[in-house]
Write a protein that binds this ligand. Structure first.
Ligand code: ZN
Ligand code: ZN
Length: 309
């Protein structure tokens, strides 16, 4: 659509004019040429668009700002793309949302962040987003997000495997919540990255946690690498579903010292790990009854004691 004069914002007037235009169409469309019909509808289209903008609860002139204002009035709620189309008055609202996320650091997630649920993943998440649905996670934007995107762009173009890209990115952002969209961007491959993230956790022993795998306090669609250490070889290869069962059974709490994530602080940045009571090599199974939740400090102690025995 071509650029038009500043939008008339009075909803009532716009509505009446639109109805008038549609009535004109209704009465004349059988007796006029197709180009004339089209012209009548062009006008109605513009009016409908202006009508949407007029109800946007925002005085902003830019579509992007109207979109942001709409999100800010509804943090945590699912917003459909079509709603954004109406209040922004533009059809390419998805690009504006992306700019809000990347250039301005607004934590907006979409269905794309969540293709992680294959067979076991997110069953305890109350929401599951479609690709054209959005949620603003917080009314505060993350000023570090801009820097993160720059780094993501750099790593994205490196000549290394998707798994190496992802762990490299996580290691540069230890302890920081990373929205799945960023991993999706990094991997250039929508289908591959959730599997690679899972492998990093289960096979390689990196503590990459999500809402469903150890940190129920995290928003859905967000990933955190909790520390730069990999779990010992013998504590790897635990299925996500089993890990979740163990953590949930133990109340997300160290079974030796009762540490849990709400006690986290900078001077003592612990995290929870899952430990084999009877080691793999001694025939211990990867099942919940042979596993126990420990904080990394108590986990280390147990291993030291096992060596001494
Ligand atoms: Zn402990
Ligand atoms: Zn262990």
């Amino acid at each position: 659509m071509s650029r038009r004069p500043k939008i008339q914002k009075d909803t009532e007037t716009l509505c009446n004019t639109l109805i008038h235009e549609l009535q004109r169409f209704q009465h004349t469309h059988k007796s006029i040429t197709t180009p004339d019909r089209v012209r009548l509808l062009v006008n109605a289209h513009h009016l409908l668009r202006d009508l949407g903008v007029s109800i946007a609860e925002s005085d902003a002139d830019s579509a992007r700002q109207r979109i942001l204002d709409y999100f800010l009035a509804r943090p945590g709620q699912i917003i459909e793309g079509d709603e954004l189309m109406v209040i922004s008055g533009i059809s390419e609202y998805a690009r504006r949302v992306r700019e809000l996320r990347i250039e301005h650091g607004w934590p907006i997630i979409t269905g794309n962040s969540q293709i992680t649920h294959e067979n076991d993943g997110m069953e305890d998440d109350p929401i599951s987003l479609k690709p054209d649905e959005y949620i603003l996670l917080s009314v505060e934007n993350d000023s570090t997000a801009v820097e993160r995107w720059k780094l993501a762009k750099k790593i994205r173009n490196e000549n290394i495997s998707v798994r190496e890209k992802i762990i490299k990115y996580f290691l540069a952002n230890i302890g920081k919540p990373i929205p799945g969209d960023e991993l999706d961007y990094l991997a250039k491959d929508r289908l591959e990255w959730p599997r690679r993230v899972r492998e990093l956790r289960t096979q390689f022993g990196w503590n990459v946690v999500t809402k469903a795998t150890g940190r129920p306090d995290l928003p859905v669609g967000v990933y955190v690498l909790e520390s730069d250490r990999q779990a010992p070889e013998h504590d790897r290869n635990i299925k996500d579903s089993v890990r979740r069962e163990v953590l949930r059974r133990d109340g997300y709490c160290c079974q030796d010292c009762r540490w849990s994530h709400n006690l986290w602080n900078k001077s003592d940045p612990r995290h929870l790990e899952v430990h084999h009571i009877i080691m793999h090599v001694q025939g211990g199974a990867n099942t919940a009854d042979n596993l126990i939740t420990l904080c990394n400090i108590c986990h280390d102690k147990r291993h030291i004691n096992e060596k001494l025995l």
